[in-house]
Design a protein around this ligand. Sequence first.
Ligand SMILES: [Zn+2]
Length: 460
Amino acid sequence: MAGEPITLKLDSSGYIIAVNGQTISANDDGTVIYDTEGNKLCWISGNRLWLIIYNEEATTGSFTVTKTDASTGSVLPGAEFILYYLDNGTKYYYTASGTWDTDVSNAKPLTTDDASGEISVTDIPYNTYYLQETKAPAGYILDQTPIVIEVKDSTATVKKTISNAPIKPIVVTLEGTKTLTGKTLGDNMFSFTVKNSAGTEVAAGTNKADGTIEFTPIPYTYLDIGQTYTYTVKEVTGTDSGIIYDETSYTVTVTISLGSNGELQADIGYPTGGIVFNNTSKGSMNFQKVDAKDTTKTLEGAEFSLYKCDDATHSTASDHDDLADPGTCWQLVEADVGSDSDGYFGFDDLLSGTYLLVETTAPNGYQLPEGRWIITFDMTDGIQSIVASGSTSGTLAMKQAAAGSGADYLVLNLSVENYEMPMAGSTGVYRLMVGGCLLIACSLMGAGMLWKRKRKPSGS
Ligand SMILES: [Zn+2]
């Protein structure tokens, strides 16, 4: 049989005297010796033994696999594989020593070459092999589907090209909510910023009228796999003095991982309750100056000053009886605000609190009211109550305005012609009393003089 050894027997002089147990002699010219299968092994001719050498049949081959980018076709180094064949369902792994082992931990990692993106395995027995990717090139999706390689030809290397799809980048868009109290929210009224732990802005946002905050997306790539980023989300404090801006700082985390589908995943850790910025629009008071006897007659040219109670200096209720003396709580908000041609006047950007409204100048031909007004004000809900101050009757000289009229309250003045006895709070003293006629006024007014005397003459 081809491949079997031929046994030669030599005599003491070194001459062949038997082949495979068959005795021969130099005189046996023409004798042919066969193997057990009838193949010609040797023959004798011309006093020589001629041997036929059969080459053993080749039974090993090689393969080369090239790794490429699925999109561009460029070769990819750094992919790792293991190689095995199956025998009755058992995997035999190719090891570093070139042997085959059932223990996968002994499998040799086959890494695609930097320059060519190839792995080559040579001189392995004819068989069906499985090449399985264990590590994708950086930035590519691992494909663990075994590649079948049939090695059955010693003269031609099996060549295969396999590709990896790149891991696609993703973006994360944070979500938040904007509320505005006391005013209608409009698109893009407020802006927001997202900064990373280094203080660099990575996203910005503005609000929509429905209160959602639209942030710009934050991009991530495979390089971010395994990373957790911490961001700080804040509102950009605006310059509108009528708005109280929310200065809350929220912390958000984003963790990037590689999903089993080969796609990046982002897990966003929002603060409890989410990202919610609440702004408050400061309030306003609006009035209209009218004739007390005919409230359809609007009065231009009245002037008013508004004071606010300062909680820090307010000690007792009686502080509110005194406007001018030191130690009281009243702080001037705005002085000498005049009623316009339609009688309107008002004050904006007001915080909640207790206010004092003082008419400092009556319209021409009208009387100053006797008292002042103490107004309890909520910047969201507006005027809560108005009481007369420094008056004897407590009559208000104010009347709630019709809804939609543009004013919260009508401020009533009696004309000089309509002057009657001073009615505290509602009707007033003659404009001409103020100043030089103060003494006369006081004697006429009785209780009404009390606050009048305390007024600064310059305020009239
Ligand atoms: Zn006060």
